[in-house]
Design a protein. Sequence first.
Length: 169
Amino acid sequence: MRIYQLLKRHEGLRLSAYQCSAGKWTIGIGRNLEDNPLSVDEIDALSSMGVKCCEPKAMRLSEESQAYYLLANDIEKINEKLPEMFSNWSEISYTRRDVLRDMAFNLGLSGLANFTKMRAAIEAGNWVDATFEMLNSRWARQVGDCLGQRAYTLAKMMTSDEYPEWTHG
């Protein structure tokens, strides 16, 4: 799935816990261990893979597949909620859905919900206005609205309905 490629590029991949730019303990592909702690099932699964699930700052994964396991769980949670946020979810292309998944992963679902004008534009099928609202935000300035940076990449995807070339293959 291309959303994995997008998030790995935008979040990076680290097997050892680190403090993100917001000062939160994070691991894998952007898994915020403070706001989104491991579930009992995740602890059981990771423990069976030999990972010691201790306090966040001391956590270490032993392989990339464990990071992807956590990412898959995070995406599943997002996938459950986004259709509730967009009444036309079934009509939104997969490319644009991945833009919204990436934003929800980065901002949290409540953060994405605050993009009320963008959401209205998406529900109206107005991709130009949706893109404008994405780029006309503090979020875009924080994650980068220049060529190759997260907001720019996602805005281009929203407008063109195409994935970046680096996701092909």
